[in-house]
Design a protein around this ligand. Structure first.
Ligand code: HAM
Length: 416
């Protein structure tokens, strides 16, 4: 038997209904904030991601599904959306006549990571991006939108971690200081962190190795290197979160795994998840448009992992496995009248009811059993007898009551 690819997951009936509920909440919340949906291709030219996420990040270095197509072009299955979305906004000139562009998306993404609970190779993200404003109100709006979604889903037990990476100058000053500090402890660092010290020193702060953690505890923190402009922006963001009642923890070592961030960065974490406890993250990326060949355009956004959100909702008992939804089970007791039965089923469906009928020509008893299994509210029973009288039998499945009614009166009955 052929198995699915490691790190991918089939979404089966029963589970898919949970996704649909989640998607409904996403549509509702994004609409309230004035965000409009955007869909872009699943694959892009590789440079869209390598030029933006950063050559020395785990995503670009180790995790991208990259291949050369038959036209000798290097193509990558998108590992995230922000870079692809910026490519699309530039290409389609979407910022042309709108000062703040608000966009959201939902779809599959691909990263070659080691699969474990909450970590897949094909996973899904919902995200929102606010493009065109350099002001703290945009950062706050994005965090408020994410927060509103989490609250509307009923998730209470989570933390929002917040940090600022400042502007380019602050980051350069900090980077130098961090490199000085880490270099003085180089021999005590793990092999991976020693490599990162050369290629992408900020990423050392993300290390999960115990020996690295000891050194990281005393490392300088970026917040102490923010210049006046960066400090002012961050203070304003924090102030807006305070006055809107959003709770957050300052996490001075939060750096995120993508290189395009500046100023505000944040992550949502939940103890209902295992080691992979971040179910969402984002930040400001004012330099990305230029990096991808566009005009300087400030922007801020976030993305959430759908599989991780579902895990949280299941752990909290908020979303249960759904069964099929059936208003009417149509039982046909004679082989000769299946065509009449089908016509009646069609009329009921046209009236808006969810109608199941038997396709296996099973016995009356077996059809009744299936109606029970589907938790049908009503059975409409049709046999030779009923057809000869131009009627049908209706059974209320919760009270057991039965009644015969004329077929042409079926439209007047409420089955809800
Ligand atoms: P990210 O932190 O790489 O950010 O991903 C966002 C979320 O996607 C994570 O918090 C996690 O829930 C989920 N996720 C990531 N990788 C996996 C995986 N292998 N399996 C399951 N879930 C996963 C970004 O992607 C940025 N583009 C977010 C952003 C938008 N920043 C600004 N705008």
């Amino acid at each position: 038997m052929i198995q699915s690819v490691r790190g991918t997951k089939d979404l089966l009936p029963g589970e898919i209904e949970k996704w649909q509920q989640l998607e409904n909440v996403i549509r509702d919340v994004t609409k309230r904030y004035g965000y409009r949906e955007i869909r872009t291709p699943i694959f892009e030219k590789t440079e869209v991601f390598s030029r933006s996420i950063g050559e020395n990040t785990d995503i670009v270095n180790k995790e991208m599904y990259t291949f050369t197509d038959k036209g000798d072009e290097s193509i990558t299955l998108r590992p995230e959306k922000t870079a692809a979305l910026v490519r699309s906004v530039i290409q389609n000139n979407l910022t042309h006549d709108i000062s703040s562009l608000r966009l959201w998306y939902f779809g599959p993404f691909f990263r070659y990571e080691r699969p474990q609970k909450g970590r897949l190779r094909q996973f899904h993200q919902f995200g929102a991006e606010c493009i065109g404003s350099p002001n703290a109100e945009a950062d706050a709006e994005i965090i408020l939108l994410a927060n509103q979604l989490i609250n509307n889903l009923g998730i209470k037990d989570y933390t929002l971690q917040l940090n600022s990476l400042g502007n380019e100058k602050s980051r350069a000053d900090y980077r130098q200081e961090l490199v000085n500090y880490l270099s003085s402890h180089k021999d005590e660092l793990s092999h991976e962190s020693q490599t990162r010290l050369e290629t992408n020193p900020l990423r050392v702060l993300d290390s999960k190795e115990e020996k690295d953690k000891l050194i990281i505890t005393d490392a300088p923190v970026i917040i102490d290197f923010l210049d006046d402009e960066s400090k002012k922006h961050f203070d304003k963001v924090r102030n807006l979160l305070n006055i809107t009642g959003v709770k957050y923890h300052l996490e001075p070592r939060l750096v995120r795994g993508l290189d395009y961030y500046c100023h505000t960065v944040f992550e949502f974490r939940s103890s209902a998840l295992g080691a992979q406890d971040a179910f969402g993250g984002g930040g400001r990326y004012d330099g990305l448009f230029e990096q991808l060949g566009g005009k300087p355009t400030p922007a801020v956004g976030f993305a959430m992992g759908i599989e991780r959100l579902i895990l949280i909702l299941e752990a909290l008992g908020i979303m249960q496995e759904a069964t099929g939804d059936c208003d009417i089970y149509l039982i046909c007791t004679s082989d000769s009248i299946y065509d009449n039965a089908l016509t009646i089923a069609e009329q009921l469906r046209a009236s808006g009811y969810k109608v199941y009928s038997d396709l296996q020509r099973r016995s009356f008893k077996a059809q009744m059993r299936e109606a029970d299994k589907l938790s049908a509210k009503y059975c409409v029973i049709i046999g030779e007898d009923e057809i000869s009288k131009n009627s049908v039998k209706i059974k209320n499945m919760s009270t057991g009551e039965q009644a015969d009614i004329k077929q042409d009166l079926l439209q007047t009955i409420s089955f809800r």
